[in-house]
Design a binder for this molecule. Sequence first.
Ligand code: SAM
Length: 204
Amino acid sequence: MLQSSQRPSPRKLNGKDPFEDEARFLKSWLERPLVTGAVTPSGRMLARTMASYVDPRVPGPVIELGPGTGPVTDALVRRGIAQDRLVLVEYNPEFCKLLKRRFPKATIIQGDAYDLGETLRESVAEKAAATVSSLPLFTKPMDVRLQLLKAAQEAMHLNAPFVQFTYAVVPPIPAKSKHYTASPSNRVWLNLPPARVWVYRRHA
Ligand SMILES: C[S@@+](CC[C@H](N)C(=O)[O-])C[C@H]1O[C@@H](n2cnc3c(N)ncnc32)[C@H](O)[C@@H]1O
């Protein structure tokens, strides 16, 4: 999440205008701050760190929750995940339209990620390879976060990663559990604000 003035690259990145995405994001945050959860899209380093936990060789769809304007989606494609394996669950209809233009082969679901079983019911038949989430989990009570993790893990292969970023110093879902393991990335200092990625995997 580098500030515009700090970006080393030219105005257009891969045909996309980062300033336009920032404006879209800010508008969404002003309209629905608790749903949008951040004032700017994630930076490339954070997006790349999230995508690095997804193994492109593991079969099945890759589910992304809260893709927004698509920076993490872009990193997943660069990581080698074919677009047609991506299932993007986004609440904001304007972001969904943008995602459809940017990732025409992906499955885009305008829906509620916290009602995951129902939201995925008609689109995902196969066990997923990974779930990558940018949802602002701290706006939800802990039982809702735990329910989300459980639903995502039921939709995936055993031991597949549930990848979640946070700006907070504490994990968004408790790290200690008898049901899963949780491991943190190093802090991504190049993101503004600096962020950390947590990866949760279900026990056998
Ligand atoms: C912090 S933003 C992250 C956006 C993008 N992945 C990024 O890294 O820049 C959170 C995103 O989650 C979406 N979102 C929030 N609640 C949601 C829900 N219940 N279901 C689906 N998407 C949701 C918001 O609309 C927003 O696009």
